[in-house]
Design a protein around this ligand. Structure first.
Ligand code: 3MF
Ligand code: MG
Ligand code: MG
Length: 417
């Protein structure tokens, strides 16, 4: 029996491989490495488990993830502390050994660690949040954040990300929110202080600390549910080093509360806080399904990348998605990551085309020039002067869909002229 299924699996892989190759449109590892794309350890090693889901895949060790990322052409690797070090081994000699091993694997595979993040949501110690009433929990949270900063320096990371996870509640009336925010700020302040200490000692640049929000999950109510809330928190006066702290919006997290990710990103851009970006896809007002980038909302993704290109975003694109649990261990590295990366690159290049499109360009310019109602004082005259121009909004939307489906390059359906 095992032999028979091994044979079947080989045949099925051959079929998937043949069909994937027939899809075409893939980029070489060298081309993929030109983009600031990072692959999370937790995404690659995700076993498919969830509240209603048993695992469908085997665990994958960091060295194996790195080997596969290198082969695919994903140049950067990101991790939570507990993705690679058991909670009980953190801040012990075992941690030092593990970190040394990770450094070696990164070097062997020609990868760099761009970001480290602290897991403050999974372990039982965080059940009442990392800013819990108990001073012991809070002191431990501060130590964990400081430890992540040190690991980040050790691995040469540029960013530290904090998704507070359980910073919220399931039931009403159990929490003093302003006090909890103050406590949460204390842990971040400790992380920034530690960063300044280590970077001074090592004569190396400080990390960029980025806050990530999610509107719900794992708690019913979160105290900092959106990227806007995080930006407000950065400027609340509770942080001792607000200049060291920015945001890491996640595409689906903004969609989950019903917002427009593009508008959330725009607000972070004008606040000069858009430093890191988690990319994935999913559905509005639903769960954090973490689908691969652009499989649900391709038009929106084109639009999001136009925004980022137009405003010179040069931070990482962190592929914080979950390979679907119907994808096998083999499929994770042979289909899931390569296809997600290639779609991203295609959308990035398409965004460049859309920004350079002469039709869109002329339409935008015409709209901005307005209707020469010079000196007009009446609302009606001003409206009349641009009335016909405003039809360009719909024309631009049509043109963007043409870029998405390739009509702008002559792709035609049913004998269109
Ligand atoms: C949860 C997330 C997290 C964060 C991660 C980085 C497990 O929905 O998106 O991924 O991105 O903790 O800090
Ligand atoms: Mg998520
Ligand atoms: Mg994320």
């Amino acid at each position: 029996m095992p032999n028979r299924s091994a044979e079947q699996q080989k045949q099925q892989q051959a079929l998937v491989e043949r069909l994937f190759q027939s899809c075409g449109g893939s980029y070489s590892p060298e081309t993929r490495r030109k983009y600031y794309i990072s692959g999370p350890q937790w995404a690659a090693a995700y076993e498919g488990q969830a509240l209603f889901h048993a695992p469908t895949r085997e665990p994958v060790a960091p060295a194996e993830v790195m080997r596969n990322f290198a082969k695919i052409g994903i140049g950067y690797w990101t991790t939570h502390d507990t993705d690679v070090i058991r909670t009980e081994d953190l801040m012990t000699d075992r941690q030092a050994e593990t970190v040394a091993g990770l450094k070696k694997s990164l070097a062997e595979n020609g990868l760099r660690c761009s970001m480290v993040t602290c897991e403050t949501f999974f372990h039982a110690v965080w059940s009442a949040s990392p800013a819990a009433e108990s001073p012991d929990v809070r002191a431990y949270a501060a130590e964990r954040l400081k430890n992540v900063v040190r690991i980040g320096h050790e691995l040469g990371a540029e960013f530290a990300v904090y998704w507070p996870g359980t910073l919220g509640y399931m039931m009403q009336g159990i929490m003093d929110e302003p006090q909890t925010l103050q406590w949460f700020a204390e842990a971040l302040n400790a992380a920034c202080e530690e960063d300044l200490r280590v970077s001074k000692q090592n004569k190396s640049p400080a990390l960029k600390h980025c806050l990530e929000a999610k509107p719900f999950e794992p708690q019913g109510e979160l105290i900092l549910p959106t990227t806007d809330a995080m930006i407000g928190f950065i400027h609340s006066g509770l942080l001792t080093h607000p200049e060291m702290v920015g945001v890491n919006p996640e595409y689906l997290h903004e969609l989950m509360w019903g917002g427009a990710p593009r508008a959330a990103l725009a607000r972070a851009i004008v606040a000069k806080k858009l430093w890191h970006f988690d990319v994935n896809d999913g559905y509005r007002l639903k769960h954090d399904v973490d689908l691969p980038v652009a499989v649900v909302n391709p038009l929106d993704w084109l639009n999001v990348l136009m925004l980022l290109r137009a405003h010179g975003y040069d931070g990482p694109f962190n592929f914080d998605y979950k390979p679907p649990r119907t994808t096998s261990n083999w499929g994770v590295f042979n289909v899931s990551f390569p296809s997600a990366v290639d779609r991203f690159i295609t959308f990035w290049e398409m965004a460049g085309e859309a920004l350079a499109d002469p039709i869109i360009g002329e339409a935008m310019e015409a709209l901005k020039s307005g209707g020469a109602a010079a000196g007009a004082a009446s609302a009606q005259d001003i409206f009349e002067s641009t009335k016909e121009l405003l039809t360009l909004h719909e024309l631009i939307a049509h043109r963007l869909v043409q870029v998405l489906i390739g009509s702008h390059k002559g792709r035609k359906f049913f004998g269109a002229s």
